[in-house]
Write a protein that binds this ligand. Structure first.
Ligand code: PEP
Length: 248
């Protein structure tokens, strides 16, 4: 089985001290020798995190990237080239909270994907349906319409994270059957419609915890996890990474 990719999404949490303590605790644990692990840190702390991660195999990720690529008059924006310069290996793109609170749609997200890839930062495109869409049986159409931007990309390395909105931060986890169904559908869609390689990685996100990580990560076509709340606790995140390590 290929290495699992586990990315912790800290969202708008931590301060200088608590973020440093979290990274120090992860770096001191055995997870750096196991699966690929990343932490998506608030933008203002990326430079500090890069410094703390020196000599570690834990990768740095941003939580977003600008849809603009040229330097200039875009107040408040952080470009893909800046993220690369700050040491980011990954950038989250289109997290459901960005779609919900910042009205990010396919046009902006396509630009973000393009700029990240061009700068050498691997984008992690987040897709997923709301509870209403799931209950109406429209979840595949919704996810495919979010994936549609991938057919516009000529090539490049990217990761997909399937995150049902109803499972994010709610404690509700999709069943293993639901996860298996949609991960397989996403991979098939990519093979048919995007110039994705057959090695494309699809992560699962939505209330992944130490207790459920192993069964989720062992599910067919699950290549890792995007972890929110549980990534803020070093022990929980370490146990999730260890669960992934057991499956290699
Ligand atoms: C997320 O924010 O990407 C996420 C999956 O959050 P949580 O693990 O808290 O559900």
């Amino acid at each position: 089985m290929a290495d699992k990719l586990i990315i912790g999404n800290w969202k708008m949490n931590t301060r200088r001290d608590s973020g440093k303590a979290l990274i120090d605790a992860l770096s001191a644990s055995d997870i750096t020798n196991q699966p690929w692990v990343g932490v998506a840190v608030p933008t203002v702390y990326l430079a500090q995190a890069a410094e703390c991660l020196k000599g570690s195999r834990i990768a740095l990720s941003s939580q977003d990237v600008s849809r603009f690529d040229k330097d200039g008059a875009f107040t408040g924006e952080v470009s893909a080239a800046m993220l690369k310069d700050a040491g980011c290996a990954y950038a989250l793109v289109g997290h459901s909270e960005r779609r919900q609170y910042f009205a990010e749609g396919n046009d902006a997200l396509l630009s973000k994907m393009r700029h990240a890839i061009a700068a050498g930062v691997t984008p992690v495109l987040c897709v997923g349906e709301t509870l209403e869409e799931r209950e109406a049986g429209r979840y595949l159409d919704v996810v495919f319409s979010q994936l549609a931007i991938l057919s516009e990309l000529t090539a490049g390395d990217y990761v997909i994270a399937y995150e049902p909105v109803w499972a994010i931060g709610t404690g509700k986890v999709a069943s293993l059957e639901q996860i298996a169904e949609i991960h397989s559908a996403i991979k098939n869609w990519c093979l048919q419609n995007a110039k994705a390689s057959d090695k494309i990685r699809v992560l699962y996100g939505g209330s992944v915890k130490a207790e459920n990580a192993e069964s989720i990560l062992a599910t067919e076509n699950v290549d890792g996890a995007l972890v929110g709340g549980a990534s803020l606790d070093a022990d929980s995140f370490r146990m999730i990474c260890q669960a992934a390590g057991k499956l290699i």
